[in-house]
Design a protein around this ligand. Sequence first.
Ligand code: K7E
Ligand code: CUA
Ligand code: CA
Length: 634
Amino acid sequence: MSEKESKNSPQAPEKGGLSRRGFLGASAMTGAAVAATAFGSAVMTRESWAAAVKDAQQKIHVAPGELDDYYGFWSGGHQGEVRVIGVPSMRELMRIPVFNVDSATGWGLTNESKHIMGESAKFQNGDCHHPHISMTDGKYDGKYLFINDKANSRVARIRLDIMKCDKMLTVPNVQAIHGLRLQKVPHTKYVFANAEFVIPHPNDGKNFDLQSKDSYTMFNAIDAEKMEMAFQVIVDGNLDNTDADYTGKYAAATCYNSEKAYDLGGMMRNERDWVVVFNIERIEAAIKAGKFTTIGDSKVPVVDGREGSELTRYIPVPKNPHGCNTSSDGKYFIANGKLSPTVTMIEIAKLDDLFAGKLKEPRDVVAAEPELGLGPLHTTFDGRGNAYTTLFIDSQVVKWNMADAVRAYQGEKVNYIKQKLDVQYQPGHLHASLTETSEADGKWLIALCKFSKDRFLPTGPLHPENDQLIDISGDEMKLVHDGPTYAEPHDCILARRDQIKTRKIWERNDPYFAPTVAMAKKDGINLETDNKVIRDGKKVRVYMTSMAPTYGITEFNVKQGDEVTVTITNIDQIEDVSHGFVMVNHGASMEISPQQTSSITFIADKPGLHWYYCSWFCHALHMEMVGRMLVEPA
Ligand code: K7E
Ligand code: CUA
Ligand code: CA
């Protein structure tokens, strides 16, 4: 990357005796000046550099006590969580554990979280990429956020009112859920999820031939409200990214392995791969008419959408495309070229004719194929007719005009490229504020760079990534902030703060802990008032309340080998007074926020006295919020 580095590394003004490194030492706001050099004069004066930095600082400064304008939800990549980040300050507000285990909240440890994770609670890893917020009429409704797990083929849902994962589904019959998008119109009835890898069916060890007709992958639709499978569609090739349109009729997905190859060389053999378009109405009708099959024990309706099917259309695009993005004006599905310097604009208004057989060939729906630069991966929109595409190899974001690109494709001499901005470095996804909705507001753009190289204090061989904040409200993109992130966000989504409405304390009847409430009811326990130990053979259930700074029970007795379930109800009514429960040397830890009930189960395998304590700082006497488990030897 040395050549790239010399081409794209930001250069502070040479004149005035200020080296780049010196400048980095003086201020973290180098981005603004980088932005300026990208399209302005090659040589900046020290004064103009300083002015640009000051301008950037003002733009993103959210004063102490003030609130951000946008909620950002960042994927945690193969770290498994979702992170909530305020924009434009880029301050991290919260983390939502999903496919990982989290000792602060007890996610993956508590009975409530294990109940939500179901069978898949046995996995302690995940790899999430694509967070998306539920919609009504093409606008965020703030109800849910959905995210994929490529590592263990799952889809999770986060309730945005409490910012906790409340449902998790393992998609059957497939491997590696990657692309994930939501139906936008009339509302998010379906979560569309691409299974990336081709596998043999049945995958019983008798057939390993990917070229066989019995080897395929599937496009998946999940009922967003029930979080159950709705249907699966067999496709040719593989599936990478996906998006849905603004009519509710179509979804599209990119395929980079039309070859069904098992190695790199094979996956690059074809000059073209494709975008597959799914006709949702036709698929629903086919299933209603009983025209589907099932696989193995699974009851999920499966339809065959391979070449020749009436349910899909395959549109050839240059080889190995990656991102698939619906423009916020609803006009285009845009396939990002990756190996090709182009993106392909598919005109959604022509898809009816394509499905009706009125077009000569599938490529007739291509409205333009603008050449943008090297390594286009993802595209986002400002609601003013401009698109912004990441160029991974060029380490740039390119701003281009969609209408101009179409005119150029039709032969007019017009320059559709508006600006190229260096970013640091190698960007994957990018995301403009509200871009996935009809309300795209063209204010902020996040460029999620895979490499940070020299942008931050060194942290050993493993570097953070760099999520850069770019101001796109004016004619020119301006880089205003470097945001180091831990592995590996891939993607993020921004919503206006008024679109997300959260609870301040739990409702006692919240379904999140309903199974625990049901267990207590069977034991005749009133969770809000009772402090009782119930012995049930070798199972011991300890019910207690918590109120700063005490637990309702500060001493309980069990026998060595007992399976102990501690259930705590936080009866504090005061916002922000969360308690915790940690049983020392037993691997048990959990959060209990105001009016929440949490429970955790462990084996009392060691005789003796074992302290438990509150782990969330709740009171001046927080350290004294303790109790003892007394274990009698067996
Ligand atoms: Cu990393 Cu959206 Cu999984 Cu592209 S994907 S970069
Ligand atoms: Cu309760 Cu700290
Ligand atoms: Ca290919």
